[in-house]
Write a protein that binds this ligand. Structure first.
Ligand SMILES: [Zn+2]
Ligand SMILES: [Zn+2]
Ligand SMILES: [Zn+2]
Length: 146
């Protein structure tokens, strides 16, 4: 990663944290940066390893606590047990809808707001989750189904 790419990443991470009114700490920023630069999900162990290239000492408990804060804010999604990704929306808070393949662990977040709105209104009174609680559709993706 070039310095410029790194700067852009940090800027984006800070913008996202501002948007979610989170206290910006170096650890939180680096967690978001690490997840943003990955295509696939990272486990806590992999995340700690990546953070080790930035910080001298990475405290496991702090990483866990910050991941939970980011998850509760809707900035990070846990697509599977111990599999974290960065949210792909940069807009105002709204329900998150994600597909997750149980075989190849690829995920896709629905980015079309109209589709999200349609689904949410279709659910109507059946909705029981809070706005930052993502809705997961887990299954086998089309590439894995063949
Ligand atoms: Zn999201
Ligand atoms: Zn959005
Ligand atoms: Zn798949």
């Amino acid at each position: 990663m070039t310095n410029q790419e790194r700067m852009k990443l940090v800027e984006k991470a800070e913008r996202l944290m501002d948007k979610h009114s989170m206290r910006k700490t170096p650890l939180k920023r680096e967690i978001v940066c690490a997840l943003m630069s990955e295509k696939g999900p990272l486990s806590q162990g992999e995340l700690i390893q990546t953070l080790g290239t930035v910080f001298e000492n990475v405290d496991r408990v702090s990483v866990y606590r910050n991941l939970n804060l980011l998850k509760a804010a809707g900035l990070v999604h846990e697509v599977d047990v111990n599999s974290y990704v960065c949210c792909s929306h940069e807009c105002e808070a709204h329900p998150h809808l994600l597909f997750f393949c149980l075989k190849c662990h690829r995920h896709q977040e629905v980015k079309d707001h109209q589709k999200i709105d349609t689904l949410m209104s279709a659910l109507g009174g059946f909705r029981f989750f809070g706005d930052n609680q993502p809705l997961f559709l887990r299954g086998i993706c089309t590439s894995c189904a063949v």
